[in-house]
Design a protein around this ligand. Structure first.
Ligand code: ADP
Ligand code: ASP
Ligand code: MG
Length: 406
C-alpha cells in the first residue's frame, strides 16, 4: 500500500464529466489499497473569470480581497469532486487549504507555504477516506486566506506530499509529461521520460508552465519524486527526480518561453554606490521581483540600467520607478511590455562550451534581435520582441536537435 498525493489541474476538472473521470481514477487508486490525497485546481478558466469579474468593480483590487475571491474557485471543484465520489459510494471529504493545515506568509497573491500541520489530513486518511484539498491557498499568520501565485496548486500538492512523506506525487494535467518545448508551439517536441530537479526548476522558472517553479523547489528540497502525466489518457509520464552524473546528460534538454515579461530602462543614472540598492529595494518593498539586470558601461560618471520584471507587476512598478528616478536624479526612464523571454536549459552546458554562441547564431540567422542576455551554469536566456517568440522557440528546438531526443 502506498500513500499517493495527486493533483488535477483546471482542464482536468473543467466540467462535471471531467470531474467524474477524475473520481473514477481516484476510486481505482483507493480500491488498489492506496491512501489517496487529491489536490484540485479551479474548474477550467474559473480563476481568470473571477479576476475579470473583480476588475468590473474598479481599479483598486486589494490583494487581500482578491485572495478571498480567487480561493473560492478551488473550493468549488474540491466540493464537487467529493460529492461525485460520495455518489459513487466512495468515502471522501473536501478540505479548504486552512482545514488541511496549510500555513503561509502574508504576501497576498504570491504567498509561500511556511508549514503544514498534517493532523487533520492524517486523521481523515486514517478513516479510509479519499481526502480532496483545495489547491492554491493557505492561511496567513493573522488568519486571512492567501493564494500561492498562478499555478500554485502544483505547489500545494508537492508540499503536502513532502509533509506526509508520500511515496509519490502525481501531477495530472492536459499533456502527458514534460516536453522539450511547449507542444502547443512545437508540434515535434519530444516527451522526456525523466528530468532532473535542477533542469526542471530552470524550465519552470523560465516559463514552462507545466509545473509551478515553487513546486519543483519543494520537490528538490524534500526529495519528492514527482510524476507529470495526463488525466486524459494512461500514457507513461515524466519523472522529475534526482539525476546523478548530470554532466553526462543531454547538453540541452529543452526550450522555454515566457511572455510574462516587461522591460524597464533608466537613463543617465549617477555612477555612485548604493544606487542599484535604492532601485531594487523600492521594488522589493512592493513585492515586485526583478529578473534580469543590465548596467551599461559608464560614460561621464553616468550609466543606463535596464531590467525585467513580470508583466503582471508592470502597473504597480511604474509609479515606484518614477519615484526612484526622481530621487536618484536619473534623466528619465522607459518601459515596454511587448518583450518576451526565450531560454535553453540543459545540465550538459556546464561542460560544453559554445552552446550560448550556437543559440545567438540560430537567432541571428532568423534576424531575431536580442535585447538582453542572462546565463547560468545550466541555462541561457534572451529577451526578444514578443512577436518573434514562437519563431525563436521553433528555431532553437531545431538548432539543438531536440526533435531527435530519445
Ligand atoms: P494545469 O491546468 O493542469 O495545471 P497548465 O496549463 O498549468 O495545466 O500546464 C499544462 C500546459 O503547460 C500544457 O498544456 C502545455 O501547453 C504547457 N507547457 C509549457 N511548456 C511545456 C513543456 N515543456 N512540456 C509540457 N507542457 C508544457
Ligand atoms: N487556479 C489557479 C490558477 O489558475 C491555481 C492553479 O491552477 O494551480 O492559477
Ligand atoms: Mg498549472
Amino acid at each position: 500500500m502506498a500513500l499517493l498525493v495527486t493533483k488535477f489541474g483546471g482542464t482536468s476538472v473543467a466540467s462535471l464529466e471531467r470531474i467524474k473521470n477524475v473520481a473514477l481514477r481516484l476510486k481505482d487508486m483507493k480500491e488498489k489499497g492506496n491512501d489517496v490525497v487529491a489536490v484540485v485546481s479551479a474548474m477550467g478558466d474559473t480563476t481568470d473569470e473571477l479576476i475579470d469579474l473583480a476588475k468590473l468593480t474598479g481599479d483598486n483590487l486589494a490583494p487581500r480581497e482578491m485572495d478571498m475571491l480567487l480561493s473560492t474557485g478551488e473550493q468549488q471543484s474540491a466540493a464537487l469532486l467529493a460529492l461525485t465520489l460520495q455518489n459513487m459510494n466512495c468515502d471522501a471529504i473536501s478540505l479548504t487549504g486552512w482545514q488541511a493545515g496549510i500555513k503561509s506568509d502574508d504576501k497576498h497573491s504570491k504567498a509561500k507555504i511556511s508549514e503544514i500541520n498534517t493532523e487533520r489530513l492524517r486523521a481523515e486518511l486514517a478513516k479510509g477516506r479519499i481526502v480532496i484539498v483545495a489547491g492554491f491557498q493557505g492561511i496567513s499568520p493573522c488568519g486571512d486566506i492567501t493564494t500561492l501565485g498562478r499555478g500554485g496548486s502544483d505547489t500545494t500538492a508537492v508540499a503536502i506530499a513532502a509533509a506526509l512523506k508520500a511515496d509519490r506525487c502525481l501531477i495530472f494535467t492536459d499533456v502527458d509529461g514534460v516536453y522539450t518545448a511547449d507542444p502547443r508551439i512545437v508540434p515535434e517536441a519530444r516527451k522526456l521520460s525523466q528530468i532532473s530537479y535542477e533542469e526542471m526548476l530552470e524550465m519552470a522558472s523560465l516559463g514552462a508552465g507545466v509545473l509551478q517553479s515553487r513546486s519543483v523547489e519543494f520537490a528538490m528540497l524534500y526529495g519528492v519524486d514527482v510524476e507529470v502525466l495526463s488525466s486524459f489518457n494512461f500514457n507513461p509520464g515524466t519523472l522529475v527526480t534526482e539525476v546523478k552524473n548530470m554532466e553526462k546528460q543531454r547538453v540541452v534538454c529543452g526550450v522555454a518561453d515566457d511572455r510574462n515579461c516587461a522591460r524597464f530602462a533608466l537613463f543617465d543614472v549617477p555612477d555612485v554606490p548604493g544606487i542599484a540598492m535604492k532601485i531594487f529595494k523600492a521594488l522589493a518593498k512592493e513585492n515586485i521581483n526583478v529578473d534580469m539586470v543590465i548596467q551599461s558601461a559608464m560614460r561621464d560618471n553616468r550609466n543606463d540600467i535596464a531590467f525585467t520584471i513580470e508583466r503582471d507587476d508592470l502597473k504597480r512598478a511604474v509609479p515606484v520607478v518614477q519615484k526612484v528616478v526622481k530621487e536618484i536624479s536619473a534623466s528619465g526612464f522607459s518601459y515596454a511590455d511587448d518583450v518576451a523571454k526565450v531560454s535553453i536549459v540543459g545540465a550538459g552546458m556546464q561542460t560544453n562550451p559554445g552552446v550560448a554562441a550556437d543559440m545567438f547564431e540560430a537567432l541571428a540567422e532568423e534576424n531575431i534581435n536580442i535585447h538582453m542576455i542572462s546565463t547560468s551554469e545550466i541555462k541561457v536566456s534572451c529577451v526578444i520582441d514578443e512577436k518573434e517568440l514562437e519563431k525563436a522557440v521553433r528555431v532553437l528546438h531545431k538548432k539543438f536537435e531536440l526533435d531527435k531526443i530519445e
